[in-house]
Design a protein around this ligand. Structure first.
Ligand SMILES: O=P(O)(O)OC[C@H]1O[C@H](O)[C@H](O)[C@@H](O)[C@@H]1O
Length: 264
């Protein structure tokens, strides 16, 4: 593990024995880069993304909690991606390397915490395995009353040309070819296959309830000041999500797993 920077933000870089590398900014516990052992970057990062903690990072894997998008009266996509997490564990063994991050309500900027006044503990653990990355997201209710939350790992995949990108495994739309603007929510089959630019990835999830598939299209991207006008063609977002808020009892823990595996 080495400490690096992502723009102005402190970040953690872990390297697996096979040479694969992941860079995670403490701001948002945000996976900013995942390079497999062949040196190929697998995640998209906008060239205009904020990198100073003034706003959410655009690209990589934003962590969504406790609200999805505008589905509620709270902060859009929640407070986790706007808070500075703590590194609580890291290490490596013969084949893997990992880093784990934590966030509680005390780490959330007071103005944001006021909008969702509950006691919680989040962890997010990234594990690099040969040809794969695992993300384990846990939410624990550390208060004495139940609360409702939504969650997602809003993964931006880098593609050379999204019109040549195909997603297989969705119940209602198989295979899904990317074209104009897309913002769909699918009941989650546990596994999807993403094919682009000669690469095939297996996307798996457990504990979440949906896959959200998003690309803003040309007009949507033009309205985003943290994305260059042509960048919308170079990514697809495929997000394991718990879109609607569900209850978590006092003392209980929820776990959501997300794995991305390069397949031959
Ligand atoms: O611009 P953001 O707050 O990062 O949200 C980006 C996108 O996230 C999700 O994919 C939602 O389904 C979209 O409706 C939203 O536009």
């Amino acid at each position: 593990m080495k400490m690096v920077t992502f723009g102005d933000l402190p970040a953690v870089c872990i390297t697996a024995p096979d040479g694969a590398e992941a860079t995670i900014a403490l701001y948002g516990a945000h996976l900013a880069s995942w390079k497999t052992s062949d040196g190929r970057e697998r995640l998209f990062m906008s060239e205009r993304s904020p990198r100073d903690g003034s706003a959410a990072i655009r690209g990589g894997v934003p962590v969504i909690f406790p609200q999805f998008s505008t589905r509620g009266t709270g902060q859009r996509h929640g407070v986790a991606r706007l808070s500075h997490w703590r590194l609580v564990d890291h290490g490596s063994d013969a084949t893997t390397a990992w880093a784990e991050f934590a966030l509680t309500q005390h780490d959330v900027p007071p103005a944001l915490a006021a909008g969702w006044p509950h006691a919680f503990a989040l962890t997010l653990r990234f594990t690099l395995r040969p040809g794969a990355i695992d993300m384990r997201f846990t939410v624990t209710n550390t208060g004495d009353a139940s609360f409702d939350f939504a969650a997602a790992l809003h993964t931006y995949y880098a593609v050379d040309d999204f019109t040549r990108t195909v997603l297989e495994g969705l119940p209602e739309a198989t295979p899904l070819h990317f074209g104009p603007k897309l913002d769909n929510i699918y009941a989650a089959p546990p596994e999807l296959a993403l094919t682009h630019d000669g690469a095939k990835l297996r996307l798996q999830q457990q504990g979440f309830t949906e896959w959200v598939v998003w690309n803003p299209g040309a007009e949507g991207a033009a309205a985003l000041n943290d994305m260059a006008d042509d960048e919308w063609q170079r990514f697809v977002c495929i997000e394991p999500a718990r879109v609607d808020k569900g209850a978590l009892a006092a003392g209980a823990t929820w776990t959501g797993d997300h794995s991305i595996t390069v397949t031959p």
